[in-house]
Design a protein around this ligand. Sequence first.
Ligand code: SF4
Ligand code: FE
Length: 488
Amino acid sequence: MMTPEQYMDSLRSLKKEVYFMGNRVENIVDHPAIRPHIHAASVTYRLGTDPEFVHLGEARSHLTGRPINRWTHIPQNQEDLVKKAQMLRVAGQITGTCFQRCVGMDALITLYTITWDMDRKLATRYHDRFRAFLIDTQDRDYMTVGAMTDPKGDRSKRPSQQHDPDLYVRVVGKDEKGIVVRGAKMHQTGAVNSHQILVMPGTGMSSEEREYAVSFAVPADAPGIVYVFGRQVNDSRKWEGKLDQGNPAYGVVGGEALIIFEDVFVPWERVFMCGETEFSGVLVDRFASYHRQNYGACKAGNLDVLIGASTSVSEMHGVLKAGHVRDKLAEMAHLVETMYSGALACSYHCSILESGVAFVDPIIANTSKYNTARYYPEVTRLAQDVAGGFIATIPSEQELDNPRVAAYIRKFYKTGESVDPVERIKLGRLIENMTGATPIVECMHGAGSPQAQRVVVQRSIDWNGKKQLARSIVEGAEIPSASGGHTG
Ligand code: SF4
Ligand code: FE
């Protein structure tokens, strides 16, 4: 397993084509816009190797028996799923932001199960290939981008009906050596600082859309792959100073990027789906459930940090004993624990797939993500409420070195004998950073927009079973045996 330092160094040898603000980034590791995100991802390596955290971050490969980082592990049982959620909450507490590696983890888990299912039903030969890829990933301790979201174009049209056929990743060539793929994946978390990309279809494909039903892995610096790193609110603060960043060590959300595939060659041994349209929908749903499990955990960890900052600032302001402030802080904690409860519940309420892999309860996982998209903004609203308006008007950190006003800043930002005004400003900046636009949009749409979770829940609930329950009650009959939709 790699240590955080080894992970960061390992990225130096990758020859990626990355663009940010109009320029090619030759050295991603030391670039001020990218380095904080790399540092956040390195925490996943810390959890795998630091004795304080290995009880969560280390697992044993079910394929080789060797110790591996849990971010590359395929969950074998309920305990593995619970540990996944616990690990994400801890990593969220350490970073206060997204640590990016879970998308690849969930892609690995999903492809492991789907290749098994496809081979059983269609007599394909994908699973052995995937196992070889997985063992390599585990042994090298690679970080993987799980690339699912296509540009999608007009959302009312199918992939094959778009004005431009490249709006979903597709196969444009095929020979005895492999396939050639074209298109793009958008909003890719951790893309520029991963070692490899694992591409999945972005939606269920119809039987005429065989070229779009494609899954494959490529090295992150394979020829023809171009990255465009996205901007975030206040990102220029990363190269203007330190204090005003709020969270100077780590990034804001996942350092998402657009990945462009310019006719990229993929050898057959790294192709895990090619034309099996009937499995594309189940692949997307399964991946979504595994990834939606996470959000109640990683975001709970992030919000633990926000609750801490809000409590400290309230204390500095002398309002911590006020009943309404205590109520609001308690409400924040209740919402956070509700989010985490969903992540744990879908893990405890798991099933074992035919491939032997533990699968979260999809209805609870989707509900948990849905709640997270609702509660996260509510917790940030409460944080802004208790922290006060000062978080929106703090002078720049440069004024602390401005001889004309520095003493005044310290004087007027000091709220009490024992309060360090710079500490107060730092906490205010952290609250500003965590409650701004980018994290809220990410928790809304990351792992799929809320509407996607509603659709899954609406179609999975046993509505007739629930009607029957009501009918039995009004008729005074015995309650029928449980029939899905979480009656037991
Ligand atoms: Fe992991 Fe959460 Fe980031 Fe997704 S949003 S990659 S689950 S930390
Ligand atoms: Fe995310």
